[in-house]
Design a protein around this ligand. Structure first.
Ligand code: GN1
Ligand code: MG
Length: 353
């Protein structure tokens, strides 16, 4: 499949090597090296993104805005094919190519609080720089992606139509999801609340979506497929979900799941260093909620997928998505236990920053 793609970009196939890169669950990524020139090639999962061209149009619109208003921002834009297309469609799916930024690094796990700080700053900066962008121009590449109400409904549907054996065996976890229903109700209030604004939101703020320089400073954010109008709780919350615990959503040993307070501080400090002026009082009051919201939604999504025989995320072993769901439920429990302490920390630095 690669020769025809490389050819579309005018890259000499015999001088290029292609190897797998990164760990995403949805898209496939490769690093392409052609002598000194390096690129990132991605196949867009069109079972998830039904209209890949919408992603390309969003990229163009954001790039245009940033070029005019913030020309100094490093925006990693896909390269055009020789005949001007931003995507290559083959029998294997849709592909796009972007330059690999020389001297940039990505991390798969957050190994120091400063990385969390740097990443949070970059995601905050991205939203802030685009605060004047006409949000209605962004296509919804995944409609209802972070709509918790819909995710909850899909969970309830899975309870009706999913795998009966799995449903019967997971009663405790189903009950646990139900017991956190207040998170859903708060989300429903947020959607009606005039103090919550829809902004340009990344929607996938894991650490591997930030480029760092050699000295460990954040450079920019990447993987912009899910950039859509959204609430700040999505981006801030997904950082909490993925940076607070020393172990990832894949960990089976729930004893290892803990909330690292210094990472919480780093995330909030980094994010507010860019976003403090943007957020309303009501939004500032929902900083810890952001983490609960995203962890809860991910627990629901993993459990739903388990009940639906893993049709969305796939599974590398029997019960994989159940392991992930239990992991996320544990993380949610641990965060909830610390809620008071964390709220106290937020109150402290909202005065300081
Ligand atoms: C998916 O593909 P990846 O790993 O970037 C998912 C996210 C989940 C994440 C959980 C389009 O992201 O929403 O949080 O898995 N993306 C999509 O690991 O569903
Ligand atoms: Mg992603």
């Amino acid at each position: 499949m690669f020769p025809s793609i490389l050819e579309a970009y005018g890259l000499p196939e015999d001088q290029c090597s292609v190897r797998p890169f990164g760990t995403g669950l949805i898209n496939h990524t490769w690093k392409v090296s052609c002598g000194p020139d390096e690129y990132i090639l991605q196949r867009i999962n069109d079972a998830v993104f039904h209209r890949p061209h919408l992603i390309a149009e969003n990229m163009d619109a954001l790039a245009g805005y940033l070029r005019t208003h913030h020309p100094e921002y490093l925006f990693v834009q896909p390269i055009r094919t020789r005949d001007g297309r931003s995507l290559v469609q083959t029998s294997e799916g849709y592909f796009r190519l972007a330059p690999f930024i020389a001297g940039s690094y990505t991390y798969d796990v957050v190994a120091a609080a400063d990385q969390a700080y740097q990443a949070a700053r970059q995601f905050g900066k991205f939203t802030r720089l685009l605060s004047g962008f006409p949000i209605a121009r962004l296509h919804l590449t995944l409609p209802d992606f972070h709509n918790l109400s819909l995710r909850y409904r899909q969970f309830e549907e899975a309870l009706q139509q999913g795998n009966p054996t799995r449903i019967a065996a997971t009663g405790d976890y189903i009950a646990a999801i139900r017991s956190f229903g207040d998170i859903l109700h708060t989300f429903e209030d947020i959607r009606q609340h005039s103090g919550f604004r829809l902004r340009v939101t990344h929607h996938d703020t894991k650490i591997s979506n930030v480029l760092f320089d050699e000295a460990g400073k954040g450079l920019c954010v990447i993987d912009l497929d899910t950039v859509m109008p959204g609430y700040f709780i999505s981006d801030l919350g997904d950082m909490m979900r993925t940076y607070l615990s020393p172990v990832s959503e894949e960990e089976k040993d729930t004893d290892l799941i803990i909330i690292r307070e210094e990472y919480f501080r780093a995330i909030v400090r980094g994010y507010l260093s860019e976003m403090k002026e943007e957020l309303s009082t009501a939004e500032m009051e929902h900083i810890v909620y952001a983490g609960k919201f995203m962890i809860y939604m991910q627990a629901i999504r993993f459990l739903t997928d388990h009940l639906n025989d893993d049709r969305y995320y796939g599974a590398k072993y029997e019960g994989h998505n159940l392991v992930r769901a239990v992991n996320q439920l544990t993380l949610l429990q641990r965060l909830t236990e610390k809620e008071k302490t964390l709220n106290g920390m937020v109150a402290e630095f909202s005065e300081l920053i």
